[in-house]
Design a binder for this molecule. Structure first.
Ligand SMILES: NC(=O)c1ccc[n+]([C@@H]2O[C@H](COP(=O)([O-])OP(=O)(O)OC[C@H]3O[C@@H](n4cnc5c(N)ncnc54)[C@H](O)[C@@H]3O)[C@@H](O)[C@H]2O)c1
Length: 325
């Protein structure tokens, strides 16, 4: 497909995150949201009306439409494999939300199928599609930060129990973000140890905070934090904060650089970078990956490594040990 053609997009799943993806597609001159399918028809009709697109009766009907060239898989984690395979087998490019799969084997299956079909299958690793992240990466690659010493990827955004209970605990739901960010900026870890706690839910049993210490292959140390337990209200808050420190310089990326005083989906305020990162990600998917045949900034191979890191965190938490990757 030539870079100048309009890419027809279909959504499988029309929950909260589809609102940001619809906004992203609307902003893209080279793409058009053709239609969506959602398991509950009430939600499907509502969203199709809001987005001004078709509502398909089944996911099979959506992927069979020749006007759709690319499918965004925006359902719950447990169904990503099923819908990614459905779309790839119908010859459509796929952007699949994170966490990409329930297990390493699931992500490997998606990657193998996409490779065999010569189609794009891009992980929804949105946080790295930000100018500040890309500049940090460039400084690191060019050696301008000197010898890398440490990295921090922090996430502290309160989520009420009814929202958190739609997701797995923060180890899978949020540490996946921290993991692919770390892979993008610092490369792979050698070993890690993790801890978690459940502090503010009444009924929901999964963890609302988790922290990880890592030793990287390049010798640096890293720290990751993922918390749904509380917002950070202090000066220069670690809402979402990514730092890389080297012997010759350091970099910082923060959600607090742009804040709108209105709720943003489930967030108490609107962190403009959140919607912005999804816009940039969808733009990269359409223009660079589909249009120019480039690899995503974080590939399915990276999604596999990120999932290995998540599974290592699980083992470390269960067994109270340091896990070598
Ligand atoms: N990249 C990010 O920053 C980010 C943020 C939030 C959510 N997400 C991811 O996006 C996906 C959706 O999250 P959301 O916040 O929109 O959740 P949501 O609960 O608002 O919506 C999920 C949708 O999936 C549908 N669904 C659930 N199980 C299904 C199944 N088995 N088959 C078909 N449909 C099913 C539901 O009907 C619902 O419409 C998840 O994978 C989540 O991890 C990513």
């Amino acid at each position: 497909m030539a870079a100048t053609d309009t890419i027809g997009v279909g959504f499988i799943g029309a929950g909260d995150i589809s609102i940001l993806h619809a906004k992203a597609v609307r902003k893209l001159p080279g793409a058009k949201l053709v239609g969506l399918w959602n398991r509950s028809q009430d939600r499907a009709k509502q969203r199709a009306g809001e987005f001004g697109c078709q509502n398909y009766a089944t996911p099979e009907a959506l992927v069979a439409d020749p006007n759709i060239h690319a499918v965004l898989v925006l359902t719950n984690l447990e169904s990503h494999l099923e819908y990614t395979k459905l779309a790839l087998n119908a010859g459509k490019h796929v952007l699949v939300e994170k966490p990409v799969g329930v297990s390493v084997a699931e992500i490997e299956e998606m990657k193998k199928l996409a490779d065999a079909k010569k189609l794009v299958c891009m992980p929804g690793h949105n946080y790295i599609y930000e100018a500040g992240m890309n500049r940090s990466k460039e400084l690191i690659v060019d050696g301008d930060l000197g010898k890398l010493v440490s990295a921090y990827a922090m996430y502290n955004i309160h989520h009420p129990e009814e929202v958190a209970s739609r997701y797995p605990g923060v180890v899978r739901q949020i540490l996946t973000h921290n993991s692919y960010i770390l892979l993008y900026l610092m490369g792979k870890p050698k070993r890690l140890c993790a801890m978690k706690a459940c502090l503010h839910y009444k009924e929901y049993k999964e963890e609302d905070i988790a922290m990880v210490q890592l030793e990287m292959e390049n010798g640096a140390l890293a720290h990751l934090c993922a918390s749904f337990a509380a917002d950070d209200h202090a000066a220069d808050p670690w809402t979402v904060m990514v730092k890389v420190i080297g012997t010759a310089g350091s970099t910082r990326y923060s959600y607090r650089d742009h804040v709108e005083i209105k709720p943003g989906l489930v967030h108490s305020q609107t962190y403009t970078a959140y919607a912005g990162s999804i816009m940039n990600e969808v733009k990269y998917f359409v223009e660079n990956c589909i249009g120019r045949g480039q690899a995503p900034l974080s590939t399915m191979a990276d999604a596999i490594t990120a999932q290995k890191m998540i599974e290592a965190c699980g083992k470390s938490i269960r067994e109270g040990c340091v896990v070598t990757l």
